[in-house]
Every structure is written in structure tokens, then in C-alpha cells.
Design a protein around this ligand. Structure first.
Ligand code: GH3
Ligand code: MG
Ligand code: MG
Ligand code: MG
Length: 300
């Protein structure tokens, strides 16, 4: 681990450094709170051992600053307090310190505290890892691997705010597989699942990295096309529909004999500033029109 020790007493720093290094950790030292804060920001140590009374930022302020800043990374904070200062100990633990050691510093005691620090920081690292995994999972559609509707609502909100602020355009396209119920009826649900995965791959393959591809539900996919004029978005969507036709998935229940998509598009601009839900509704209405006009097409 990286251990930062902050103390304005050079003797105390020496003892602490020796103990930290003997325990097999890297030691950074600071002679006051401000220097400790700067080192903390630069090196992100897993453990901070800090004196209570120091020039500049004191141990309490340092502890609060660390707690207010950390996100995924947990810092284990040990306060160094003088004997008999019980109030300081309570105030320190309330400010977010994990533990305290009384001065004069006993190297053995610090070594023991570092064992605990390692266990706690590694638990926090596991926790942060699982949080990231779960967060990604919660936003991913398991069948296709595409982003799901939760991720869509978050991304769309962001994009809408950004586009409003900077006066940028974006387009949405709601896509729906034609006659998919009969595809399942003819080929079975498992083949249906494979077809949906193939469609998802075609959507990803025919859009840019900056475009968003989401599984909206069942056999419906939503494309988010940032910073695109309706004209360019329309051209892109024609290529997307082509890409799905080019998969050439046989579909006896479709008049063409192949699996195809219909899509409806809506666009945001300063002249047409609907909120995210209104835009989704417009794309859906356009999709409905595409279906009514005979499927296998894009409507605006
Ligand atoms: P339209 O051209 O009007 O869209 O006709 P459709 O048959 O595609 O429309 P409908 O909404 O009636 O049918 C959608 C079908 O999609 C019904 C449902 O069984 C199927 N479906 C939805 N999700 C999945 C899935 O995850 N896997 C499979 N295999 N089928 C799914
Ligand atoms: Mg001091
Ligand atoms: Mg549908
Ligand atoms: Mg359909």
C-alpha cells in the first residue's frame, strides 16, 4: 500500500516511516496539513496517518477533506493523538477517521493498525468493483449486450440537457422488426432470439461509436444520433435498414421472404425543443406510420 504520514514533529515522522517501511509499504511524508493534502491529491494513498495538531490544515480538516473527495477509492485514516485527549479522538472518528493511535508513536502499534488498514481497504476495493459490475449489468440487455432502457433514459437526459445548452441537434430513431411474432411462430423462440442478436449487431455495425444503440423492449431498438441534422440522420437510418436487410435472414412470414425493420425518426433542435419523452413519443408515432404505410421503411 501507499501510506502517507503527516506530522509536524520530525522525530515522530522518522519513527512512522520506519514502521511503515518495515511493514513492506511505500511511505510518503508531509510536515504539515497542506503538504499532506497536496500529496494526497497527487498520489492517492490507500492509508493516511495524520497528526492532530499541525500548522495549516490540521488532522481533522485533512480527514474531512479526504472524506468529502473520495469516490470509488477508500482511504483508511489513522489519527495520531496525544495521550489523554479523549475529546479529540471522538471528534476525529466523527470526522471520518477509521482509527487512532496515541503518541508517542509505538512502531508495533502502527504496524498492527496497518494490517487492519489493508483488510479494510481491500474490502472497499472489492465493493467498488462489484458496484461497477452491477451498475454495468443493470444497464445492459442480457440477450443482445446492447444498452437497455435504464441507460437510455440516463443518456437521453444528458444529451437533451447538453443539446439545449449548446443549441445542438440530435435525432432519435425507433426501430421495430417487421412481423416478428410470425417469425417466432415459424422458426421458434430460440431462432427468434438469434435473429434479435443479429439485428443488434447490424445496428452497432452500421452506426458510429458516438451513436447510441439501445434495446428499447422486445423487438424494438432505439438509436440516438447526437449532433446530427435530420437530413444526415435520415441517410444514416437508411443505411441501418439496409444493413438489416443485408443480413438476409430468411423470414417466410414477411412478404419479402426476409427479416426487415421499420423505423420512425424524431429530431431535437432549437426550433423543435421537445423534452426526451415527447421526442420518444414522436419517434414512436412515426414508427406507427411506417408500419401503416406497409413496413420496411423509415418515416419522419
Ligand atoms: P409488426 O410488423 O407490426 O411489428 O408485427 P410484429 O409481429 O413484429 O409485432 P408484435 O408486437 O405483435 O410482435 C412482437 C413479437 O416480438 C412478439 C414477441 O413474442 C416477440 N418478442 C419480443 N421479445 C422477444 C425476445 O426477446 N425473443 C424473441 N424470440 N421474441 C421476442
Ligand atoms: Mg503536531
Ligand atoms: Mg413491436
Ligand atoms: Mg414488430
Amino acid at each position: 500500500m501507499k501510506v502517507l504520514v503527516a506530522d509536524d514533529d520530525p522525530g515522530s515522522l522518522l519513527v512512522a516511516r520506519a514502521a511503515v517501511e518495515r511493514a513492506g509499504h511505500d511511505c510518503l511524508t508531509a510536515e504539515d496539513g497542506d503538504q499532506a493534502w497536496a500529496l494526497y491529491l497527487e498520489y492517492q494513498p490507500e492509508v493516511v496517518v495524520t497528526d492532530w495538531m499541525m500548522p495549516g490544515m490540521d488532522g481533522l480538516a485533512l480527514c474531512r477533506a479526504i472524506r468529502s473527495r473520495e469516490e470509488d477509492l477508500y482511504t483508511y485514516v489513522v489519527l495520531l493523538t496525544s495521550q489523554g485527549s479523549r475529546d479529540d479522538v471522538l471528534a476525529g472518528l466523527e470526522a471520518g477517521a477509521d482509527d487512532y493511535v496515541t503518541k508517542p508513536l509505538d512502531p508495533f502499534v502502527l504496524h498492527a493498525r496497518l494490517l487492519v488498514a489493508r483488510r479494510i481497504t481491500s474490502l472497499h476495493a472489492d465493493l467498488a468493483h462489484y458496484r461497477r459490475v452491477l451498475s454495468r449489468q443493470a444497464r445492459t440487455d442480457p440477450l443482445t449486450g446492447l444498452h437497455n432502457r435504464l441507460k437510455l433514459s440516463e443518456d437521453l437526459e444528458q444529451l437533451h440537457l447538453r443539446s439545449q445548452r449548446y443549441g445542438e441537434q440530435f435525432s432519435l430513431a425507433m426501430c421495430d422488426v417487421d412481423n416478428f411474432k410470425s417469425y417466432n411462430d415459424i422458426y421458434g423462440h430460440q431462432e427468434g432470439d438469434l435473429a434479435l442478436r443479429a439485428v443488434a449487431a447490424a445496428l452497432l455495425g452500421s452506426t458510429r461509436k458516438s451513436d447510441g444503440v439501445y434495446r428499447f423492449g422486445g423487438e424494438e431498438f432505439l438509436l440516438v444520433l447526437p449532433q446530427q441534422s435530420p437530413v444526415r440522420a435520415k441517410a444514416l437510418m437508411e443505411r441501418v435498414l439496409d444493413a438489416v436487410r443485408d443480413l438476409a435472414i430468411a423470414h417466410a412470414g414477411d412478404p419479402s421472404g426476409q427479416l426487415r425493420l421499420s423505423a420512425g425518426m424524431s429530431s431535437f433542435s432549437v426550433d423543435h425543443p421537445g423534452d426526451a419523452n415527447a421526442l420518444l413519443g414522436e419517434a414512436d408515432a412515426a414508427l406507427y406510420a411506417a408500419k401503416a404505410a406497409g413496413r420496411n421503411r423509415l418515416e419522419l
